[in-house]
Write a protein that binds this ligand. Structure first.
Ligand SMILES: [Zn+2]
Length: 449
């Protein structure tokens, strides 16, 4: 009798498995990861005030890839990196190589940088910040070259890993992000609850047909600036990914920075806080994973456009020669750089290209991949105006060429409104009208079927 009961329960169990296992998966997903920790001491990205190279590694840095393929065989790739940022040329170089080996076109890859300020300088981003000697520059260049090879292998490996999967989406909340513009210049800077902020934590779960979790793609809109220490680490996004992966053995956690151009973690300044914010973000992700999540269906539709954003009229030679005596060493460097451009017969840029990319998951989710360092108003506005569906607005995608202010921030001025453009090698600010131009491009792309 016992044996019979055992046999029946075994059969029932097998039937249940077959039933779940045979349900047709909506997607195929492939996952891969790669250690991208610099091998030795290297100049670190982000803070202009840094005066020497890195001193050891507190936490290794990773790049992770997630490939998704819908039922029609349409593919896209997410490449999430624990880095300050990469530029357009860098992503193009990788895209050219992976198109040949995987068939995934460049515009179907979303490169996202976590914007940790405790990682290496990557060639091409904020060139005016760093005044590296020949040897330091050689280390930075060699790192970027090796990184390109690593990312190509990463994407190729993830494609080989493609297997049936189901996707689901939900949103949690973490509250350590604070609008830094509203705190600047204050004696006792505290978050201003009335200043724009978005505490949403978008979460995409990748599960196999038996419901077992394989990967988690999650985001948060906040600078990776908890500390400016000299030990390499992924800042709060790095710690959040480790916390999620520690809680789920074998699962890959991928972080996507949001529109945190004007958002800083609060409080900040100590490494213990980096861990604390990472834990808070991981807990928000955990809460979503353990609750009901909405299934994501296809078809997958990717649309991409490179628009031109007009810059203020460039300065003339005389003005640049004056700027050589500016009290800011960065303005001096920019003037030197631009005078060299003029001498070489190259006119100064009067506009700046900006890649806008939209990935639609049927009618269930629109992901708007914004380039540069977009301020939070972009996420708030797009989430409001594209209502009726889930909207996820990552920033720091594909090319980090400048801060992206909205009309309000441009008018207010300050660091994100135009002052920071010098670090990107640009004479600024942007001309008014950029916000609407970007929003129009997003809507045009999101309307494509
Ligand atoms: Zn930044």
């Amino acid at each position: 009798m016992n044996q019979l009961r055992h046999g029946v329960s075994l059969l029932l169990g097998l039937m249940a498995w077959v039933q779940v296992g045979s349900a047709e998966a909506q997607w195929r997903a492939g996952i891969a990861r790669q250690d991208i920790t610099p091998a030795g001491s290297i100049w670190m990205g982000g803070y202009a005030s840094r005066d020497h190279s890195s001193e050891g590694v507190l936490q290794p840095l990773s790049a992770k890839a997630l490939i998704l393929e819908d039922q029609q065989g349409s593919r896209m790739a997410f490449v999430c990196m624990d880095l300050i940022g990469v530029d357009f040329r860098f992503c193009e170089a990788i895209g050219r190589r992976t198109l040949a080996s995987t068939g995934i076109a460049r515009e179907r890859i979303v490169f996202n940088s976590s914007h940790t300020h405790c990682g290496p300088v990557v060639a091409g981003v904020t060139p005016i910040v760093y005044d590296l000697d020949r040897q330091q520059q050689a280390v930075v260049d060699a790192y970027a070259e090796k990184l390109k090879d690593q990312l190509v292998i990463l994407i190729e490996t993830a494609v080989k890993d493609l297997r049936p999967a189901d996707l689901s989406y939900g949103e949690g909340k973490a509250t350590f992000g604070a609008n830094r513009r509203a705190m600047r210049g204050k004696k006792d800077p505290r978050p201003d609850p009335t200043a724009p902020c978005d505490h949403g934590v978008p979460v995409m779960a990748v599960r196999d047909c038996r419901g077992e979790l394989h990967a988690v793609l999650f985001g948060y809109a906040c600078h990776g600036t908890t500390t400016g220490i000299y030990q390499i680490n992924g800042d709060y996004p790095g710690y959040a990914q480790v916390a999620i992966e520690t809680g789920h053995r074998g699962v890959t956690a991928l972080f996507m920075a949001g529109c945190g151009g004007d958002i800083n973690p609060y409080p900040r300044g100590e490494i213990a806080l980096t861990g604390q914010h990472g834990q808070a973000l991981a807990a928000a992700v955990e809460a979503v994973l353990s609750g009901p999540m909405r299934p994501l269906r296809g078809p997958l539709h990717i649309a991409c456009e490179r628009i031109e954003l007009k810059l203020a009229d460039p300065p003339g030679r005389e003005e640049l020669e004056q700027a050589l005596k500016d009290k800011s060493v960065y303005r001096q460097r920019l003037a030197r750089h631009l005078l060299a451009e003029l001498s070489a017969g190259r006119p100064l840029a009067s506009s700046c290209p900006c890649t806008v990319q939209v990935a639609r998951f049927g009618e269930d989710l629109a992901m708007i991949a914004m380039p540069g360092e977009p301020v939070i108003d972009y996420a708030l506005r797009l989430r409001r105006e594209l209502s009726g569906q889930s909207v996820w607005v990552p920033g720091y995608c594909n090319e980090i060429f400048a801060y992206l202010p909205t009309e309000r921030v441009l008018k207010e001025g300050g660091y994100e409104g135009g002052e920071a453009m010098v670090y990107f090698g640009l004479c600024g600010p942007f001309q008014p009208g950029l916000e609407q131009k970007i929003i129009d491009a997003v809507k045009r792309l999101a309307a494509q079927r």
